[in-house]
Design a protein around this ligand. Structure first.
Ligand code: GRG
Length: 296
């Protein structure tokens, strides 16, 4: 696949992702104490956090965003939301620990993400502490905005409003949901990385656009895979999402136009990387390809 093809930079995407996954997993392991009281709460937090996953977002940025992503999944799976019993091939947090602990584990992960970002332990030795503090404060505000009523939560509310409705969700509403539910946290990951790394305003905004494009791309590809995978599996011409109630891009645009839209989002994302140093931008380029060409 294009995501793993060798490039002129010699960048080894699989090793990069593997190393990031190991580093992120060990940081998460250390961040939540095992067995400390209240044991059920900490066990539930660790269970949700350390279950695996592709770790695309952490590779994009930092442990704080993993915690927010994980807590959003824990809350998304609750009976009052999507009501899912399985996540990453395992029983969901509320199935194992009960609803009250799962709600609280999600809340605690959200709080821990901010605590982590504000922690003095994470100060880099090679940056003026005052400068770093200002960047951290800005990054904390960025993360909060991407989560709250302009971000994840807004996307979830509009998604819930659409759930159960017999009407087809219009394209602009579908895009609103995905830009908020899915792209917002990718935006936070990338933009926070740019802020903490000392990017210029122009670089930060370019990377914000890149992240919004790959966020939407993630969802368009998800919808396409839902159709193509299930038609392969069932040996049918139409996949499950063309038949289900859920509004998807293939349903609104058709498969061909959805693929064209995905291509356009991928090229929009890559365009935003054009002015960056090729070697430094390689991980972001490969992550965009990975999202575009993934098979699951
Ligand atoms: C933030 C307070 C607060 C509440 C959360 C429930 C909710 C509000 C928002 C839902 C957000 C949500 C679950 C969006 C879906 C994002 C998505 C595409 C998840 C799947 O990501 P993958 O495939 O998962 O990268 P892995 O398992 O690989 O990490």
């Amino acid at each position: 696949a294009a995501a793993t093809a060798p490039a002129a930079t010699g960048f080894d995407f699989n090793s990069y992702m593997g190393e990031r996954a190991v580093a992120v997993n060990s940081a998460l392991d250390a961040a939540v104490p095992a067995g400390e009281p209240p044991a059920a709460l900490h066990d539930a937090m660790r269970y949700a956090l350390l279950a695996g996953g592709k770790r695309v977002r952490p590779a994009l940025c930092l442990a704080a965003c993993v915690m927010v992503h994980t807590m959003s999944l824990v809350h998304d799976d609750l009976p009052c939301m999507d009501d899912d019993d399985l996540r990453r091939g395992k029983a969901t947090c509320h199935v194992v620990y009960g609803e009250p602990i799962a709600v609280l584990a999600g809340d605690a992960l959200l709080a821990l993400a901010f605590e982590h970002m504000a922690s003095v332990d994470s100060y880099p030795p090679d940056v003026d502490p005052a400068k770093h503090t200002a960047r951290v404060v800005r990054a904390i505000g960025e993360l909060a905005r991407c989560i709250g009523s302009e971000g994840l939560v807004a996307g979830q509310v509009v998604d819930l409003e659409m759930t159960g409705s017999t009407e087809t969700v219009p394209l602009d509403r579908l895009e609103y949901i995905h830009l908020h539910k899915t792209a917002a946290l990718l935006e936070a990951s990338v933009v926070i990385g740019a802020i903490i790394g000392g990017g210029s305003e122009e670089q930060i905004e370019r990377l914000r656009k890149y992240a919004r494009s790959i966020g939407l791309l993630f969802q368009v590809v998800d919808d396409i895979l839902d159709v193509t995978k299930s038609s392969e599996e069932l040996g049918k011409t139409a996949g499950k999402d063309l038949a289900s109630d859920k509004t998807t891009y293939p349903k609104l645009l058709g498969l061909e136009k959805s693929r064209e839209f995905a291509e356009k989002l991928l090229s929009d994302a890559k365009e935003q990387l054009a002015d960056f140093d090729e070697e430094k931008a390689a991980p972001l380029l490969y992550l965009a390809n990975y999202i575009a060409y993934r098979q699951n």
